[in-house]
Design a protein around this ligand. Sequence first.
Ligand SMILES: NC(=O)c1ccc[n+]([C@@H]2O[C@H](COP(=O)([O-])OP(=O)(O)OC[C@H]3O[C@@H](n4cnc5c(N)ncnc54)[C@H](OP(=O)(O)O)[C@@H]3O)[C@@H](O)[C@H]2O)c1
Length: 349
Amino acid sequence: MTPLKTNVLLLGSTGFLGSTFLKLIGQDSDLKDRLHITVLCRNSAKRFTELQKFYSDLEVVECNLEDDAVIQDHAAKTDIVINAASSDHTLTATLRGLEKNSAANPNKPPMYLQVSGLGITSDNSHGEYVNIDDLPGYVDIDFSLDQVPQENTHLPQDKLIVEAGTRTKNPVRTAIVFPGWIYGVGEAIQQTTLPVRIWVDMFLRAGYAGTWGEGHSIMGNAHVKDVASALATVLKAMLDGKADEGAKGFYFAISRQRMVSNREIASKIGDILFEHGLAKKGGSRPYPPEIVEPLGFYGWSLLGANQMAHAHHLSRFGWKPAETKKVLLMESLREEVLVYLRQLGKIPA
Ligand SMILES: NC(=O)c1ccc[n+]([C@@H]2O[C@H](COP(=O)([O-])OP(=O)(O)OC[C@H]3O[C@@H](n4cnc5c(N)ncnc54)[C@H](OP(=O)(O)O)[C@@H]3O)[C@@H](O)[C@H]2O)c1
C-alpha cells in the first residue's frame, strides 16, 4: 500500500451499482492511482480476482453485512467509507467505527459517502394518479430531511448520517447520494438492477405481473453508469475538500428524462414473461391484498407511490447523465429482463 494514497472502505462492491462504480473509478484518470480500496464482501476468495480486474490496488476482507465487529473495526481505520450496499444492516457499526476514527484523528475526520434512495421523497399515494404539477418536487440544494414525509423509508438511517456529519464532537464528513430507479444492463458483476430482480421474482411467483394499487406511481430514473458517475463526482469533490457535506450533503442522482409509471414497467415485464410462457397473461393488473399486504408500508411507500426530485446539486459539480440520454429506461428494459431470466435459467442462454 502506498502511504500517500487515500484508503477507501467499499461496501456493496459486487452489486449492480457498486461493481459499476468500481469499474468506473478503475478507468478514471483522476481516481485510479489515488486510492487504495479495501472491499468488504462475502465469498471474498472467489470474488478477489474479478474485483481486482476493475481496480488493481484492492484487497478483500471476508464480511457479511451482519458482521458488525468487522465493519466497525475497518471503519475505524480508513479515510473514507463508501456504502453501496444496504444502509439498514450496517449503519450503526459503520458510524461507531467512524466516530472512533474521528476521535483518534481530530485534525482529519473520516468521510462517509452513502447510497440511500429516492424513497425518502415518497408521497405515499397508493398507486393513485396524481398530476405531476401537484407532486412535491424536492430540490437537493437547501434541502433538509425534515421536508419529506417523516415515515418514509431510509429516513431514520439518513438522519443518523446527518447527525454524524453535523455534530461538533468526533464529526464525520458525510454526503448522501439518492438514486431513483437505476436501470441498464450492468457491465461489471451484477448485471441486473435490484427492482427488476425483485419484480421478476414476484411476477414469476404470482404467475402474472402486478402493481401496488393502479400503478400510476412514477419515479425519477438514471442509467447505472450515470449513477456510478454521480458517486464518483461526489467522491472526487469530497477528496478535494470541495463537496457540500453534513447538513448540505444531499445529492439526488436522477436524470430529467420521462418518469415511467410502475404500471408501464410492470406491463412490459408481464408481456415479456408471457411471450416466454412464464406468465399466464401479458400486461399487468393491480395485485390483490394477499400479495401487497405482507410488504406493508414498505411496499406501498416504495412500489405504490410517486418519488420525484430535481438533481440540481450534482449539476453544479458538472455531472451529466450522459448514458441515460443514449438509452432510455423503456428502451433498456427488455434486455434487462432477458438477461435476468437467462441468469435464472428460465430461458436459454
Ligand atoms: N437499484 C436501484 O434501482 C436502486 C435505487 C435506489 C437505491 N438503491 C440502493 O442502492 C444500493 C445498491 O443497489 P444495487 O441495485 O446495486 O443492489 P445489489 O445489486 O443488490 O447490490 C447489493 C450489494 O450488497 C451486498 N450484500 C447484500 N447483502 C449482503 C450481506 N448480507 N452480506 C454481504 N454483502 C451483502 C451484495 O453482495 P453479493 O454480491 O454478495 O450479493 C452486493 O454487493 C442499495 O442500498 C439500494 O437500496 C438502488
